[in-house]
Design a protein around this ligand. Structure first.
Ligand SMILES: C[S@@+](CC[C@H](N)C(=O)[O-])C[C@H]1O[C@@H](n2cnc3c(N)ncnc32)[C@H](O)[C@@H]1O
Length: 259
């Protein structure tokens, strides 16, 4: 089981141990075409990892974890927390805070969080983005049309579990040789020059569930993806697909038929 400190929406932490069993013997590279926080790649023992996503912010964050030791990231985050006057219950304890139901620490952090958000949207310092995700609502990573981070304050702060996840995630990443790309999944070069020892993992936005990035995913995208899988299959390339066929009363007929 591997968790990332950013709790990326739709991440595969909870099912990664089951997914790992689907990686065929003899796989030498794993290619996450919709990588998000790339939990499968980092939990696997495959060293060569190719990560692609249209969201460059998630790639920037992975690069940040890749280029820095966990201790330095935690130190820098604590500096930002101090500088802006956010709560830090890991050091301060919780006794001095009164946490109202459904609000957690949000009323203590709202003003400092908004100042941090304002500064981040001007200087785009990646360590500030990491701090915003920790203190932001549901740890969402979302930007508006002007490329501004636009999540409101959340209920929690830099608790011990997020610190541990930072250490575990960095450790997993530091063992990998990573190639990044920031392309749409239809880009042909993502699939060129590989053979059956490569495994392509597809974990796209889901047509019938909620996540900030699902809004932009259409039935046409879904059809294009299923066509692409057929074409990879014809070329003898291996792939693994995650998707949701039924959710409450909704059914994804495209994927259901494809399965
Ligand atoms: C379900 S999430 C992947 C979660 C990932 N498996 C993890 O463990 O964190 C889907 C990802 O697809 C990306 N995405 C959306 N449309 C895309 C497209 N057309 N091409 C490539 N990536 C896309 C989103 O930015 C999002 O990060």
């Amino acid at each position: 089981m591997l968790y990332s400190p950013i709790n990326y929406q739709g991440n595969k932490s909870r099912i990664v141990d089951r997914l790992l069993q689907f990686i065929p013997q003899g796989t030498t590279s794993i290619h996450e075409i919709f990588c998000g926080s790339a939990i499968l790649s980092f939990a696997s023992n495959i060293e060569q990892v190719y990560l692609n996503d249209t969201n460059h912010y998630i790639l920037d964050l992975i690069e940040f974890f890749c280029q820095n030791e966990a201790e330095r990231i935690i130190e820098r985050t604590d500096e930002i927390i101090r500088q802006y006057g956010l709560t830090n219950t890991f050091y301060e304890g919780r006794n001095q805070y009164i946490e109202l139901k459904h609000e957690g620490l949000s009323h203590y952090n709202r003003e400092a969080f908004n100042r941090l958000k304002f500064d981040y949207n001007r200087d785009k310092d990646i360590s500030k983005l990491f701090t915003l995700i920790i203190y932001g609502f549901n740890h969402y990573l979302r930007f508006n049309g002007k490329d501004e981070f636009n999540i409101p304050v959340g209920k929690v702060d830099f608790v011990v579990s997020l610190r541990k996840r930072t250490v575990d995630y960095c450790k997993a990443i530091h063992n990998k040789h990573i190639t990044f790309s920031n392309s749409d999944f239809r880009t042909q070069t993502l699939y060129e020059g590989f053979d059956e020892t490569a495994l392509f993992y597809f974990d796209p936005p889901y047509l019938i569930t909620d996540a900030p990035y699902n809004t932009f995913w259409s039935e046409l995208d879904e059809k294009d993806l299923l066509d692409l899988l057929d074409s990879l299959n014809e070329q003898g390339l291996r792939f693994l697909l995650s998707n949701v066929t039924e959710s409450n009363t909704l059914i994804n007929t495209f994927v259901k038929e494809y399965y």
